[in-house]
Design a protein around this ligand. Structure first.
Ligand SMILES: [Zn+2]
Length: 398
C-alpha cells in the first residue's frame, strides 16, 4: 500500500512514498549517440523548508527539499497538478546531490504528485499528491490609485482572485490625465515566466476611466492557473512613455487565476470511505465522490460550460451535467434539492449558481454526488475518474 503522512507542527512536512514499482535504471541515449545506462531517480520524501504556509505546508514560492535516490541527473521537478496536464508546471532544480535537491514551487503550482525529470524519457514515478496552498494573496488594488512616480496615471484591478470562464471577469481600470495618449497597450503578464499572454489596445479619452476585462480564457481554452498582472504602457502626446509597473513589482494590479471553484458554497465534509469513488454499490461501483452539506446549501458550477443534461432519475434524483468549456470533460451534479434553473444547451459560467444540495433520488443524507468524466464525456464514450483530488484542491482555494 502506498500512503502519505503529514507531520504537522514538526520541523517539516514529510511525505512518505513507498512501494513504488519502478526499476532503478533506465536506458537513455548519450550525446555521442551510444546507449548508456542512466539511473532512474526516485523521490522518497518531500519537505517544505522555506517560505512555507501554515503548518509547514508548501505554497507558490516555497522552497522544497526533495530526498531520494539517483537525483544527481535531475534537471527539473514536474508539479503534476490536480488532473489532466493543463495545470502541470515545472521548476529547475537548484544544486544538490544524488540524495537531495532543492526546488522552488512555481507560483501557479497546484496540489498533486511530483516527479523528478532527467529527460523526457527518464523520470521518477510520481509521488503521492503533495498539498500546495495557493500563494499568499496579492495586495488588493481594487480602487483606482496613482501609480508611484507616474502622477498622471491611476490604475486598479477589480479582484485578487479570478476563475477561468467566470461570468464576472477580472477588470483592469485606468485613467490618464492630461494630453491624449497616442498609443496605449495593456498587457496581461503571467508571473511564472513573465510572458505577456494577452494584449489589448484600448483608445481612452483623456481624464476618463477606461476598463479592460478578461474572462480567464485565451482563445477557446482556459489560461494556465497562476498569478497574473496587468501592465499598461502609454505614449503621451510629447512622446514620453509611461508604464503602470515594472515586472519586478509583483503586487500592483495582480490577481490569482484558478481553474475551478469548489461547487458547495457552505460547510461540508467528505464523509466516510463509502463516499469515495470506486466503492461498491448494488450492481456497480460508485462513479463519483459524495460531499455532505446541509440541504439547501448553494451549489455553483465548478467550471463553466454548456448544460448537456438536466433530468430526474430514481437513483440520482435531480441532476445536471455540464460540458466544461474547452476541457472536453463533463461535470455531473446529483441529488439536487430541486431541478436546476438551467436547461440543456444553456451557457453556464464558473461560479454561477446551478441549484442547491439535496437528497432527492436514492440518497442517504443531504449531499452532492459529484462526477468528473474525461472526454468525450458522460455516457458518451468517456470514463469517470476519481474527483476527490480535484475537489480538495478547489476546496483549498475557493
Ligand atoms: Zn454518490
Amino acid at each position: 500500500m502506498r500512503h502519505s503522512r503529514i507531520h504537522a507542527g514538526g520541523a517539516a512536512v514529510a511525505l512518505g512514498v513507498c512501494g513504488l514499482a519502478a526499476g532503478p535504471t533506465a536506458l537513455a541515449q548519450s550525446g555521442g549517440g551510444g546507449a548508456v545506462f542512466v539511473a532512474k531517480p526516485e523521490i522518497s520524501k518531500v519537505a517544505c523548508v522555506r517560505r512555507c504556509g501554515s503548518k509547514k505546508r508548501a505554497q507558490g514560492g516555497s522552497t522544497l527539499r526533495i530526498t531520494g535516490s539517483a537525483l544527481d541527473g535531475v534537471v527539473k521537478i514536474v508539479f503534476r497538478g490536480s488532473h489532466g496536464s493543463s495545470d502541470d508546471t515545472s521548476a529547475r532544480v537548484r544544486g544538490g546531490s544524488s540524495k537531495r535537491l532543492s526546488v522552488r514551487v512555481p507560483i501557479g503550482a497546484v496540489s498533486g504528485p511530483l516527479s523528478a525529470m532527467v529527460s523526457r524519457a527518464v523520470q521518477s514515478p510520481p509521488t503521492e499528491p503533495v498539498a500546495i496552498l495557493p500563494p499568499p494573496p496579492p495586495e488588493p488594488n481594487t480602487e483606482l490609485s496613482p501609480v508611484p512616480g507616474v502622477p498622471q496615471l491611476e490604475t486598479g484591478t477589480s479582484r485578487t482572485k479570478a476563475f477561468v470562464d467566470a461570468r464576472r471577469a477580472v477588470t483592469f481600470s485606468f485613467r490618464l490625465s492630461g494630453a491624449a495618449p497616442s498609443d496605449v497597450a495593456v498587457e496581461l503578464v503571467r508571473a511564472a515566466d513573465g510572458a505577456a499572454v494577452k494584449t489589448w489596445h484600448p483608445a481612452p479619452e483623456p481624464d476618463a476611466v477606461t476598463d479592460v476585462s478578461w474572462n480567464g480564457r485565451i482563445g477557446s481554452s482556459g489560461a494556465r492557473p497562476g498569478r497574473y498582472s496587468f501592465r499598461l504602457t502609454a505614449s503621451g502626446g510629447s512622446g514620453a512613455t509611461v508604464r503602470s509597473a515594472g515586472l519586478e513589482e509583483a503586487t500592483r494590479d495582480t490577481f490569482d487565476l484558478y481553474d475551478n471553484m469548489f461547487p458547495i458554497r457552505g460547510r461540508h465534509n467528505y464523509g466516510q470511505s463509502g463516499a469515495r469513488f470506486g466503492t461498491g454499490r448494488a450492481g456497480h461501483s460508485h462513479q463519483g465522490q459524495d460531499v455532505f452539506a446541509r440541504c439547501g446549501t448553494p451549489l455553483v458550477a465548478a467550471r463553466g460550460g454548456r448544460v448537456k443534461f438536466k433530468q430526474y432519475h430514481a437513483a440520482a434524483g435531480y441532476y445536471l451535467v455540464i460540458d466544461a468549456a474547452g476541457t472536453g470533460e463533463d461535470y455531473a451534479y446529483m441529488h439536487m434539492a430541486e431541478p436546476s434553473p438551467f436547461s440543456p444547451g444553456d451557457r453556464v459560467y464558473t461560479g454561477q449558481r446551478i441549484g442547491a444540495v439535496g437528497d432527492t433520488g436514492n440518497a442517504r443524507g443531504c449531499h452532492l454526488h459529484f462526477e468528473l468524466w474525461r472526454a468525450p464525456g458522460w455516457y458518451d464514450g468517456g470514463k469517470p475518474f476519481d474527483p476527490l483530488p480535484s475537489l480538495k484542491a478547489w476546496d483549498a482555494w475557493s
